[in-house]
Design a protein around this ligand. Structure first.
Ligand SMILES: Nc1ncnc2c1ncn2[C@@H]1O[C@H](COP(=O)(O)OP(=O)(O)OP(=O)(O)O)[C@@H](O)[C@H]1O
Length: 283
């Protein structure tokens, strides 16, 4: 059984807005799965449907084999959810916020566990300060600590590094990898391509539909590579496919003759590939 199984999932908001239009998706256990898409693509709506905080208008979703709505109580014990904007009690300390979430999940050995997650998220020094005195990045860390306190098997992170500086972002990703290394499944939404490349697999969500799902490496191979060769002082540029085999094939034509003085390749970035897949869909 996969960690997430979604078939034909739909969500309408009123009559006009169709946020999800038949989403098909499977996420394997233990993988870091990225949900990539532009503003308004439906990422938050999909995550809310998967954690059971929103009722879809059609289709089917299973998370850890459970129905997110009918078995919400059971599911909430086994998943962690970090919403897009931290939902914290501003007057309580970081430590008390984490303890509150831990108690709500009936976490065993709560004091030890709160200490552990505060250490994991690097918050020990500010643990006793009220949340309203913390910086935005620190609040994000408190929110992550709250999502982790009950040792969930699966974590839903909705743009966890939005507004977070590059240093903290790379720290967050180190932690995500550690969690996956410990066997957890991570479902992370992002519109940052450098983050998407850190995932095991990603799905591109566009106007409420998954238009591609694969590993970042395989998606990159769908892009084009520019082969630039300087021969006898002249610059030649050829557009080839993105697979290593395509490069080998293109180089055969040159046999690397002596007069070739320089050779370089420029591959499409993941961002370019994602944008061109979205562009193809719109045509
Ligand atoms: N409660 C709501 N009522 C009406 N429309 C909504 C509601 N929530 C979301 N929408 C609409 O549904 C669509 C998908 O929104 P959603 O927030 O899921 O996108 P997103 O991919 O998470 O975007 P972003 O990257 O900007 O957070 C948008 O058109 C949005 O305006």
């Amino acid at each position: 059984m996969d960690a997430i199984e979604v078939e034909g999932l739909e969500k309408h908001y009123g009559k006009k807005i169709q946020a999800l239009r038949g989403v098909e998706l499977r996420v394997r256990r233990g993988e870091v799965f990225g949900l990539v898409g532009p503003n308004g693509a439906g990422k938050t709506t999909l995550i809310k449907a998967l954690v059971g905080s929103l009722r879809p208008t059609g289709g089917r979703a299973r998370v850890l084999g459970l129905d997110p709505l009918k078995e919400r109580g059971k599911l909430r014990q086994r998943i962690g959810y970090m919403p897009q904007s931290p939902v914290l009690y501003d007057d309580l300390s970081a430590q008390d916020n984490v303890a509150f979430f831990g108690r709500a999940h009936r976490t065993a050995d709560l004091r030890r566990r709160v200490r552990e997650v505060l250490e994991f998220t690097g918050l020990e020094e500010r643990a006793k300060d009220p949340v309203h005195t913390l910086s935005g990045g620190m609040k994000n860390r408190v929110s992550l600590a709250c999502a982790l306190v009950h040792e969930p098997e699966m974590l839903f992170l909705d743009e966890p590094t939005a507004g977070v500086d590059p240093q903290l972002r790379s720290r967050f990703w180190e932690q995500f990898r550690k969690l996956a290394g410990g066997g957890a499944t991570l479902f992370v939404s992002t519109h940052l391509m450098e983050e998407a490349t850190l995932c095991d697999r990603i799905a591109i969500l566009h106007q409420g539909r998954v238009i591609a799902a694969d590993s970042p490496r395989r998606l990159l191979q769908r892009g084009k590579t520019r082969l630039i060769v300087e021969r006898d002082g002249r610059r030649e540029e050829r557009l080839i496919g993105g697979r290593p085999e395509d490069l080998a094939e293109a180089l055969k034509a040159y046999g690397l003759a002596r007069e070739i003085s320089a050779l370089s390749v420029e591959a499409d970035s993941l961002e370019t590939v994602v944008l061109s897949l979205i562009g193809e869909e719109q045509r």
